[in-house]
Ligand binder design. Structure first.
Ligand code: IMP
Ligand code: MG
Length: 206
């Protein structure tokens, strides 16, 4: 399975230690609040499941599934909601839990969307951020790790839906990205798989 997985960026034990620290910080910061964790499917599933077990407060959990068009490794900012929250969040202290903030386009959409639902507070906890790739400056209150401009997989993060089950975070060899991108440039992905006018196939990223 790991043939194309390159350099380890964050070791499994380092991840767990940082998640424990973030849990302790959230426990302090959200004491007396109505904490509502909003995990972003699918990438944040592993992170939010571990994080929540380190929060020593009453809190709720729900998920949104969003998908942004783009190439395998670049988001376009055109975000679609595939699954919405089950209930209103008005008056709650909502914490968006994301796997990674890359360009920031997906998070920007989520922040605007959720702000419109009148939560009491709205903050972000991202396991990974790639500051060098950011297109929009966003307030990210809790950050696990800053990483370099590399495409990474593992601990929930995927490349074309694979490698989520690695217990650590690793870079992917450029040759593997190139190999997966190549057929997409020449074939239609789905009936809606061609962005109007662009001639480029588009892929959903989550
Ligand atoms: P953004 O809109 O460019 O910030 O990217 C948002 C989404 O793209 C993230 O929530 C991830 O699902 C995915 N993504 C961005 N960078 C990576 C990466 O390095 N590995 C895997 N997924 C990524
Ligand atoms: Mg994601």
């Amino acid at each position: 399975m790991n043939d194309f997985v390159g350099e380890t960026i964050v070791e499994a034990e380092t991840l767990q230690e940082r998640v424990r620290e973030l849990g302790a910080e959230l426990t302090r910061d959200y004491e007396g609040c109505d904490l509502f964790l909003m995990g972003v499917l699918k990438g944040a599933v592993f992170f939010v499941a571990d994080l929540m077990r380190h929060i020593d407060l009453d809190c709720e959990l729900d998920f949104m599934a969003v998908s942004s068009y783009g190439s395998l490794t670049d988001s376009s900012g055109v975000v679609r909601i595939l699954k919405d929250l089950d209930a209103p969040i008005e008056g709650k202290d909502v914490l968006i839990v994301e796997d990674i903030v890359d360009s920031g386009l997906t998070l920007n959409y989520l922040l605007r969307n959720l702000r419109g639902r009148n939560p009491r507070s709205l903050e972000v906890c991202a396991l990974l951020v790639k500051p060098g790739r950011r297109k929009i400056d966003l307030p990210i209150r809790y950050v696990g790790f800053e990483i370099p401009n590399q495409f990474v997989v593992g601990y929930g993060l995927d490349l074309d839906q694979r490698y989520r089950n690695l217990p650590y975070v690793a870079a992917v060899e450029d040759s593997e990205i190139e190999r997966l991108e190549r057929p997409r440039r020449f074939s239609r992905v789905s009936p809606e798989g061609l962005k109007a006018g662009s001639g480029l196939p588009i892929t959903n990223r989550d």
